[in-house]
Design a protein around this ligand. Structure first.
Ligand code: AMP
Ligand code: MN
Ligand code: MN
Ligand code: MN
Length: 281
């Protein structure tokens, strides 16, 4: 497995806009040596990504980003090196996709009832692969229909708690999601930890419970972290004895401020998760 590593990315299997093979080719062109495909709650894109990576000669790590509800807050776990044949992981993800499907329809009903937007669910569905609908698809549809100027604005105006498109619910539990990743032979990484609206003491509790459950790394470098976030999370990783991961969280060329192959270095003192993989190269 060759550096540089980009260990968090999305394809059209979830809410990315490039097909898995296109994503892999773009990563290779951008200089990535090893890419992890980590779609939300699905392993559907992995086979196509693996085939494309073999053609262009980069490493492809089979991954997933699992939605978790922890103390009422949605947090994400990235699983790396997961065996896509694992029945336990598969069953867990099926359950999450069932909830996701119900939530999408409910979001459509609420947007119709409370925001007067009649066709949000079919609109979002049409922008998805027809199997997995994300809030990102709703956001893109609402922007295309002129209800907001940007995806970000949709999240603020329609998706936050108390807004018409907000649907509460329960994703996986933290220890459950770590368990699925471990059952599949994978390594659990706490995704973009600086992004959660948590006090420092509550964030430490989250990291502690994550490690207790068997999590091994924090995503120190992320497309949604600034430099201060990265240094803060590097210190947390060291304090908790966790490894450090790095991923762009790339969703497609529509977000030009994030690209594959352009990640900053890990802050000094981090133990990179790929340090453990060298022998397996
Ligand atoms: P879902 O898993 O369907 O709830 O959607 C979560 C996805 O929405 C995340 O993975 C991001 O891609 C996107 N997202 C979440 N919050 C925001 C935001 N404030 N601005 C833009 N995209 C967001
Ligand atoms: Mn996403
Ligand atoms: Mn995420
Ligand atoms: Mn992501």
């Amino acid at each position: 497995m060759l550096p540089p590593f980009d260990l968090h990315s999305h394809s059209t299997a979830s809410d990315g806009t490039l097909a898995p093979d296109e994503l892999v080719r773009r990563a290779a062109a951008g200089g990535v040596g090893t890419l992890a495909l980590t779609d939300h709650d699905t392993l559907e894109g992995l086979a196509a990504a693996r085939a494309a990576a073999a053609v262009v000669g980069i490493g492809l790590i089979p991954g997933v980003e699992i939605s978790v509800t922890w103390e009422g807050l949605t947090v994400h776990l990235v699983g790396l090196h997961v065996d896509s044949g694992c029945r336990q992981l598969h069953a867990g993800l099926v359950g999450l996709r069932e909830f996701r499907d119900w939530r999408a329809r409910e979001m459509g009903r609420r947007l119709a009832r409370d925001a007067g937007i009649a066709d949000a669910y079919p609109g979002a569905l049409a922008l998805s692969n027809g199997q997995l609908v994300s809030r990102t698809h709703f956001a893109r549809y609402l922007v295309a229909q002129g209800h907001a100027a940007s995806v970000r604005e949709v999240f603020t105006r329609f998706m936050k708690q108390g807004k018409p498109g907000h649907v509460p619910g329960q994703w996986a539990q933290l220890d459950q999601a770590v368990g699925w990743i471990r059952a599949a032979g994978g390594e659990a990484v706490l995704a973009h930890p600086a992004r959660y609206p948590l006090t420092r003491s509550k964030l430490r509790r989250l990291i502690g419970e994550f490690r207790e459950a068997g999590g091994v790394a924090l995503e120190v470098i992320s497309g949604s972290h600034n430099r201060d976030d990265a240094f803060h999370m590097a210190r947390q990783a060291q304090a908790f004895g966790l490894l450090a991961s790095a991923g762009s969280d790339y969703h497609g060329p529509e977000q030009p401020w994030i690209d594959l192959g352009r990640l900053p270095e890990l802050p000094p003192g981090c133990r990179p998760i790929w340090g453990e993989w060298a022998a397996a190269a």
